[in-house]
Design a protein around this ligand. Sequence first.
Ligand SMILES: O=c1ccn([C@@H]2O[C@H](COP(=O)(O)OP(=O)(O)O[C@H]3O[C@H](CO)[C@@H](O)[C@H](O)[C@H]3O)[C@@H](O)[C@H]2O)c(=O)[nH]1
Length: 458
Amino acid sequence: MGDENNPKKPHVLIFPYPAQGHINPILQFAKRLLSKGVKAALVTTVFLSNSSFSDPSSTSIDIHTISDGFDQGGYEQAGSSDAYLATFWSVGPNSLAALIKKLGETGHPVDAFVYDGFLPWALDVAKQFGIPSAVFFTQSCAVNSVYYHISKGLLQLPLPVPHVSLPGLPPLQVSELPSFVALYGSYPAWFDVVVNQFSNIDGADWVFFNIFYDLEKEVVDWMSRFWNVMTVGPTIPSMYLDKRIENDKDYGMNLLKPNVDACMSWLGGKPKDSVLYVSFGSFASLGIEQTTELACALKSSNVYFLWVVRETEMAKLPYNFIEETSEKGLVVAWCPQLEVLSNEAVGCFLTHCGFNSTLEALSLGVPMLAMPQWTDQPTNARHVEDVWRIGIRAHPNEKGVVRRETIERCIKELLTEVGEKGKEIRKNSIKWKNLAKKGIDEGGNSDKNIDKFIAKLL
Ligand SMILES: O=c1ccn([C@@H]2O[C@H](COP(=O)(O)OP(=O)(O)O[C@H]3O[C@H](CO)[C@@H](O)[C@H](O)[C@H]3O)[C@@H](O)[C@H]2O)c(=O)[nH]1
């Protein structure tokens, strides 16, 4: 779909929730649209736009800003999730409306609006302007089905039974449900965010999921009975999948700066499938006891490991850990995760199962050792182990801590003494990698859905 057939490019305004795990997939979706001849523009907060785009010009995506009420310091300035969400929810709608109005008045009217499911008020704003809108979910269909059932009162909380069976999903034990549900009352502000995603969804013209159809087809089919559901993922830079968008290797925005040279030169020359990559994403925070158990497991397993420990978490490492393990391990504050996962030295990913990390590992064929922490991660981990069969879960004890022996056993199974189960997991990982590529490649289900969306705008 090129310019010559399409003199007036449709202008799509895209609005992710301002956090790494949301901006990455939605920005990547914007790049897909751009590659197909759409004028894609991103809305982010004043604070993030000043601090975080590695090179906005490299993406050719216009960046617009609105206020979340914390222009100087963003989330940190707010001090708590409750304070951040309350202020953003009260300041955001007017700020977004002012932006859409300004774009219209300056000759850049918005033809379609794509908003993050976390921000349902954005749909109400777009509707005031009569703009066709799509909601974009950055978490799995399964997890969102759970939240949908709660929003409709079809799942009572606290749960009266030890497991739930929902259409298109495997039976889920309480501990395999999203933490906001399993530990009802644990984070009320976030619980409201995830459940309220469905408050006005019937008004959305399209419902986008960052998956490919084969990944969750039963639940996609079930949800398609209510809404115009379109799978549009995995939204991972094209160079790691279909390679149809030139130089598309980076998400283009980092809240934290990756230590690229240190990671890549350390990985260089390590034997194939010899390195355990360890990361818990941008948000999760391990307790000191859990950090110690993990550190001891890494040390006694005697494997090569690359561990991302964010600056704010560093003090939890055991005394002298970095020095004592320097022959086998590298600890960095942030890494170029896609480059790391696609390096052939990496044989396993010890992950919190954030949905982006899960999709990235799946799309790059890297088996996962799942250590979910909270939110959607327990449900993702269940799928990794039992539905897609591309990893194993390291289960916590009754105190909620995964002991070093458990982690060591999983590392053996997946990396150092790969047995029958480990081999099966490797085989499945390659199968899913191929299916992910097929989904977004030319003519794949996600690719066709993106084309259908664009065709509606022309
Ligand atoms: O050193 C690192 C570590 C991570 N990443 C990237 O950061 C993103 C992390 O996303 P994700 O794995 O989803 O984790 P979170 O940042 O924790 O994401 C939040 O948002 C996700 C989407 O809603 C949820 O699935 C998670 O549970 C929630 O914690 C991924 O794209 C990674 O490639 C890096 O680039 N470098």
